[in-house]
Structure formats: structure tokens, C-alpha cells
Design a protein around this ligand. Structure first.
Ligand SMILES: [Zn+2]
Ligand SMILES: [Zn+2]
Length: 122
């Protein structure tokens, strides 16, 4: 069903065409944009934010977000060293990257990139 959303970030949604009236919205008094999404995510043309397009998933298909904690589901050898990150190692405060198959994180103070297929959200 067609609806109209504010692109100013206020989250305004209307069933009829109109203007955003939210105080403090950068798009206040700007016309709503037409949208006909069914998932409520209001995909909007011209919205090039990578965050809204890429969905990063762990090995179980659960969505991962910045700041999530994950555990390794596999022993992962660290390239260029003899160290191995053990299965079950917990990693806090992950950061998404531009690549939906990889996340940035820190383990024992080292910045590393992990493949999401070896991770499980906790
Ligand atoms: Zn607005
Ligand atoms: Zn929508």
C-alpha cells in the first residue's frame, strides 16, 4: 500500500500526501516522499546510505549490528602468526564494514577482520 514518508530522519509516515510537520526535523515543511514498501523500511530512492542497504548476517542468519557481541564457531588461525583464536572466543563491540561478509573487531587489543560465516551472535 502506498504511503508517504519524511526523508528528514524524523520517521514521519503519513497515509496521505503532505508535508512533514515535526519540529526539529531537517525536512520540516518539506513534502513527504511517496513510498510503497511492504516491510516498513521505506526504501527511498536517492538514499545512498550504505548502512540501510547492507544486511550483515552471522552463520545462523541473524542480523549483526555495530556494537554486537559474537562468538567464534571455529578455531581461526591468525594469518602471519602461530596464534589461533579459539572457537568460543567472545568478541564484543563489533563494527560492520562495507563488506557484508566481514566485520571489524578487536581481540586482545589487536584490530582484526573476521568473516561473518565463522561468527554467532550472542
Ligand atoms: Zn520529518
Ligand atoms: Zn515505506
Amino acid at each position: 500500500m502506498k504511503h508517504f514518508v519524511c526523508k528528514g530522519g524524523c520517521g514521519g509516515v503519513s497515509e496521505v500526501e503532505g508535508f512533514c510537520e515535526a519540529d526539529g526535523c531537517p525536512n520540516q515543511w518539506q513534502p513527504f516522499e511517496e513510498c510503497d514498501c511492504e516491510d516498513g523500511k521505506h526504501f527511498m530512492e536517492g538514499n545512498e546510505s550504505a548502512d540501510s542497504k547492507i544486511t550483515v548476517k552471522d552463520s545462523n542468519g541473524n542480523e549483526l549490528k555495530d556494537g554486537d557481541s559474537v562468538v567464534l564457531i571455529k578455531d581461526l588461525p591468525l594469518r602471519g602468526s602461530s596464534a589461533v583464536y579459539k572457537r568460543g572466543t567472545k568478541v564484543s563491540n563489533i563494527k560492520l564494514t562495507d563488506n557484508p561478509e566481514e566485520i571489524d573487531c578487536r581481540i586482545e587489543g589487536s584490530a582484526i577482520v573476521l568473516r561473518t560465516e565463522f561468527l554467532k551472535k550472542v
